[in-house]
Ligand binder design. Structure first.
Ligand SMILES: [Zn+2]
Length: 132
């Protein structure tokens, strides 16, 4: 993927991270009973990274989303963004636009979903170790 596209996705992901952190902060503020909690500046990725408490206090679902976005940003930095984790082929840009945090191409994702459906049908409780 060329540099210009990477920068585009980086901007997209950073915007998403910003929104998620801001919303998580709000939820946190709502849940807070005492008035002495402090939240990092949502625009500052470094402070978020260093504040583990923040991540521990927000909801599990939001935390997972934030982690996914951060992982995608890491992949942009280390040059693996847009490459399917399973088959190593490039993920289509259309798919990345819709879901920039994805690590699987549509073929692998479909295969994974079919696999999960089969497992559910069998009634197994074991989670697939396949990354989603
Ligand atoms: Zn694939």
């Amino acid at each position: 993927m060329d540099q210009e596209k990477l920068l585009y996705f980086k901007g997209l992901l950073e915007g998403r991270l910003h929104t998620l952190v801001e919303e998580a902060g709000k939820t946190c503020n709502d849940m807070r009973k005492d008035g002495n909690g402090e939240f990092p500046d949502p625009t500052d990725r470094a402070s978020l990274e260093s504040d583990r408490n923040f991540l521990l206090r927000i909801k599990d679902r939001e935390r997972k989303l934030i982690m996914k976005v951060k992982e995608a940003l890491d992949r942009i930095d280390n040059g693996t963004f847009g490459i399917c984790e399973s088959c190593g082929k490039p993920i289509s840009e259309k798919r990345l636009m819709a879901r920039p945090v994805t690590t699987l191409c549509i073929e692998c994702k479909t295969e994974l979903e079919n696999q999960e459906r089969r497992e559910r049908l069998r009634g197994t409780k074991s989670k697939s170790s396949f990354p989603s």
